[in-house]
Design a protein around this ligand. Structure first.
Ligand SMILES: Cc1cc2nc3c(=O)[nH]c(=O)nc-3n(C[C@H](O)[C@H](O)[C@H](O)COP(=O)(O)OP(=O)(O)OC[C@H]3O[C@@H](n4cnc5c(N)ncnc54)[C@H](O)[C@@H]3O)c2cc1C
Length: 428
């Protein structure tokens, strides 16, 4: 099918959008990524398939969008790990994941341009016709359909203004330039996430330690079980900090009272929010702990620019612009980014074909979460709520609606019933 799909941002959402666009039959699919690596916040993540994410993963696989999950599974450090509030998690290696995804997307024929920060949309009326890049050549790139998957984290000035400063996180704004809201630059009014205390955005609390800087016992627990839990001394327990974290699925007392570590390969992912290194080093086994990414004072500030959109993920005003991942909603997670990315990429190609964009039905968790977030945004606490299959209010909703299941045959049947079987796999 003639036409170019331009995907802006190469996080999990952009990678999934590109894959869906290619599978849908787009002739040319280009990812424009401002840094030198794919996966954005996913470079510091790794937790898959926990709680309702298992259901969503199998739904997406039945819908034909399982390619990226095959890769996360193939570089898993541990499978079916249970940790407080979370069951059957798979953890991917944050060292191995990026090259594996990059090779896969390139093999699928997707063009990836790094160090290509988009600074503006070029529009003619309600049609986007290209983008301007702040790259080495200040070039322009024309396209037919577009997906904004630029995430919601950073820039450095936002992390300083609304957070505890720049943690030199995986997004590396000083080197590659700030994330800006392209939709706001195009004249739209974004939704800005808030915290319960009235502050702007949410703090990412997670950071990573070098595994070999921890005691032999902790390393052994991580290597064998994927998990290590060390109780915090009473003086270091601060339950208040749970309220400011983005990931409400970890806002459980266990995370305030313990240091909970997960094994993501060469690093140990710290699930306990905001624990300064000097405090952490007072705990047995952590005396020589070294930080690998992020910081004990917070990571990036997120949820600063959610685009106005409908449930097909088409951005308001423009007829050929879709959005995905954190840009498309107050969604937390790689799986959530892959779900919205797959729909946005698919609908971009449908638009290219002159067909109407589809929504995913509410009988699927992947459809329901998109509707729930859209309904929630205008509710009283709409700007404070976050949505993830893995916990908090949305996982409760999944359970109440009977959407949560780990039975693969039931999930596949539901996808068939919804008329969505292999929908993302076939050429449109
Ligand atoms: C520290 C941390 C740990 C986490 N751990 C987990 C976890 O274990 N499991 C889980 O499921 N979720 C985790 N999350 C949440 C999850 O990573 C995110 O919700 C999800 O990955 C967001 O994906 P995204 O593609 O929407 O955005 P991002 O990951 O932010 O990707 C956006 C991409 O767009 C690029 N970009 C931005 N602006 C431009 C521009 N103008 N031009 C070109 N490119 C641009 C960025 O460089 C980036 O690569 C974690 C988040 C953080 C911050």
């Amino acid at each position: 099918m003639k036409g170019t799909a331009i995907i802006i941002g190469g996080g999990w959402a952009g990678s999934a959008a590109a894959l869906a666009a290619k599978q849908g039959g787009a002739d040319r699919v280009v990812i424009l990524e401002r840094t030198d690596m794919l996966l954005g916040c996913g470079l510091a993540g790794g937790i898959m398939r926990n709680n309702g994410r298992q259901t969503a993963t199998e739904e997406l696989t039945a819908m034909g969008a399982g390619g990226l999950f095959s890769i996360t599974d193939s570089v898993a450090t541990h499978k079916n790990v249970n940790f407080p509030g979370h069951a059957h998690a798979w953890l991917y290696s944050t060292t191995k994941i990026e090259p594996a995804v990059r090779n896969f997307l390139e093999m699928c024929g997707i063009e990836i341009r790094f160090r290509s920060r988009v600074v503006e949309f070029l529009a003619s009326g309600s049609t986007i016709c290209g983008v301007t890049l702040h790259d080495l050549t200040e070039s322009r790139l024309e396209g037919d359909v577009f997906v904004d998957a630029t995430g919601s984290a950073g820039s450095l000035s936002n992390c300083t203004r609304y957070g505890n400063g720049c943690a030199m996180c995986v997004l590396r704004c000083p080197m590659f330039g700030p994330r800006i809201s392209l939709t706001a630059c195009a004249g739209l009014t974004d939704y800005v996430g808030m915290r319960l205390n009235g502050e702007v955005g949410s703090l990412s609390g997670s950071f990573e330690l070098r595994k070999n800087s921890l005691s032999v016992d902790i390393q052994k627990a991580l290597n064998t079980r994927g998990l290590a839990i060390a109780p915090l001394p009473k003086s270091l327990i601060n339950r208040e900090k749970l309220r400011s974290k983005s990931c409400q699925q970890y806002a459980l007392q266990e995370y305030a009272a313990n240091v909970i570590l997960l094994d993501t390969g060469d690093t140990a992912k710290v699930m306990t929010p905001f624990l300064p290194l000097e405090d952490m080093r007072c705990i047995a086994g952590f005396e020589n702990a070294m930080i690998a990414t992020g910081s004990g004072y917070a990571n990036s500030v997120r949820f600063l620019s959610r685009a106005p959109r409908d449930n097909s993920l088409k951005v308001d005003t423009f007829c050929n612009l879709f959005c995905a991942g954190e840009k498309s909603g107050f969604f937390v997670g790689h799986t959530e980014a892959i779900a919205t990315g797959s729909l946005a990429g698919h609908n971009a190609v449908r638009t290219l074909q002159g067909k109407h964009a589809i929504t995913l039905p509410k009988i699927l968790a992947c459809g329901d979460i998109i509707h729930a977030e859209q309904e929630g945004i205008s509710s009283e606490l709409g700007l404070v709520k976050r949505y993830t299959f893995s916990g908090g209010e949305y996982f409760d909703r999944m359970k109440v609606k009977g959407l949560y299941t780990t039975r693969m045959s039931e999930i596949a049947n539901r996808v068939r019933e919804a008329d969505c079987y292999r929908i993302f796999a076939n050429r449109i």
